[in-house]
Ligand binder design. Structure first.
Ligand SMILES: Cc1cc2nc3c(=O)[nH]c(=O)nc-3n(C[C@H](O)[C@H](O)[C@H](O)COP(=O)(O)OP(=O)(O)OC[C@H]3O[C@@H](n4cnc5c(N)ncnc54)[C@H](O)[C@@H]3O)c2cc1C
Length: 367
């Protein structure tokens, strides 16, 4: 059996940022990532100032990566449209690029990155992982950062949900008209049971990401194109944008997203990070900030208190994320309820300050 001091499962923003910080602090970690190459992830690609600041603290400057500045939000519900300037700096950046750069930085700091190797299960109550190549690796501390995917042995215990949310994502080639419409803008289309977000990414493509109740995809025979077509009456501008795209990539999807979930308790030696620590409704566009904030705090706890620091870190992180996650969930429920969204977007159109306030209050912060 291999042994290491710090073992990280998953190389998304939470895992990679933890690897950078632990390596920088001298605790050379081993990170296991199942994808051998950079890959597309179901994510809107929206980074607000808290995420941008935390990336800066670990040496990643989003402007140098070509991230597209965003200074406005446009909310669309049927024929109602509201626009407001954002109360913070934001950018659009593909996760493909962000995740690749974070893992490169971890490698440069001296972390060991093992790609193309999946964790099969965790030995419950221990910091010991069984890997897809048959090997077992044990550590003083395990940093669980598999994001949207639960590991056998240490799954999240979300409340049962009869109609859970799922995420869908596709890359669109924009026409000049779509480019102009999305310049400097995050556009959110609200409809029954979900929403869709559109933004420009660093490579000039448009990221279209949806969060939608499972039942809506089911009645579309599980086919995202049919779901988009079914939205023609509720979200005509979204369907127009999709239909008129100059080209489209392949869909990616993720099932059963447990919005609102937070891990309050853990034992010594098990640090839960990112979506394994707390899941903020994606409508808020702050999940990457949650991931980075958990990484910064967990790495600090481990470097300071060792494996024994895990329970206090987890409890404090659950407290810190309670308010933004609760508010984001409330906004998500309003945004998915047709009799609320029309009047709400109408009101926000007349009072853009309210929209700015809601955007500011759903940030986890850069601390
Ligand atoms: C529809 C939707 C839209 C979103 N839009 C935004 C947005 O615009 N802005 C924002 O800030 N947040 C957004 N989020 C949230 C954001 O995507 C997540 O909060 C963030 O990705 C969490 O980072 P993470 O590192 O915890 O997990 P992930 O990004 O999921 O990374 C986990 C990593 O672990 C790896 N992994 C998983 N299982 C294993 C295994 N068994 N063995 C080895 N490796 C494994 C995966 O390959 C992956 O690389 C969105 C979420 C959804 C569902």
């Amino acid at each position: 059996m291999r042994r290491t001091a710090a073992l990280i499962a998953g190389g998304g923003p939470a895992g990679a940022a933890t690897a950078i910080l632990l390596a920088h602090g001298g605790a050379m970690p081993v990170l296991i990532e199942r994808h051998a190459e950079p890959h597309d992830v179901v994510c809107g690609g929206f980074l607000a100032s808290d995420a941008i600041a935390m990336l800066g603290r670990i040496g990643i400057e989003v402007a140098a990566l070509g991230a597209r500045p965003i200074d406005r939000a446009r909310l669309v519900a049927g024929r109602h449209v509201a626009e407001a300037a954002l109360p913070f700096r934001a950018v659009g950046l593909s996760r493909n690029r962000l995740d690749a750069v974070l893992l490169e930085a971890a490698l440069e700091q001296g972390a060991t990155i093992e790609r193309g190797l999946a964790v099969r299960r965790v030995e419950p109550g221990t910091a010991c992982l069984h890997l897809s190549d048959g090997a077992t690796i044990a550590a003083e501390a395990l940093f669980l950062a598999t994001g949207k995917h639960d590991l056998r042995g240490e799954p999240r215990t979300a409340l049962p949900d009869a109609d859970p949310a799922l995420g869908l994502r596709i890359r669109l080639e924009p026409t000049p008209a779509l480019q102009a419409a999305l310049a400097g803008t995050i556009e959110l289309h609200l409809f029954r049971g979900g929403y869709a977000g559109l933004l420009m990414q660093e490579d000039g493509s448009v990221n279209l990401c949806l969060s939608v109740a499972q039942s809506r995809l089911k009645v579309a025979d599980g086919r995202p194109e049919r779901l988009i077509e079914a939205l023609r009456g509720e979200a005509p501008l979204l369907v127009e944008r999709f239909d008129r795209a100059a080209g489209r990539g392949a869909w990616s999807s993720v099932a059963r997203v447990p919005y609102g979930w937070r891990a309050g308790e853990t034992g010594p030696g098990l640090f839960r990070l990112g979506d394994q620590a707390a899941v903020i409704a994606s409508l808020a566009g702050d999940g990457i900030a949650v991931a980075l904030s958990s990484a910064i705090r967990a790495a600090h706890a481990f470097l300071h208190d060792g494996a024994e620091g895990a329970p206090a870190f987890q409890a404090a992180f659950a407290r810190r994320t309670r308010r933004p996650i609760g508010l984001a969930n409330l906004l998500r429920h309003w945004g998915e309820t047709p009799w609320i969204t029309g009047p709400l977007v109408g009101l926000l159109g007349r009072m853009p300050g309210l929209m700015r306030q809601a955007a500011a209050m759903t940030r986890v912060g850069a601390g």
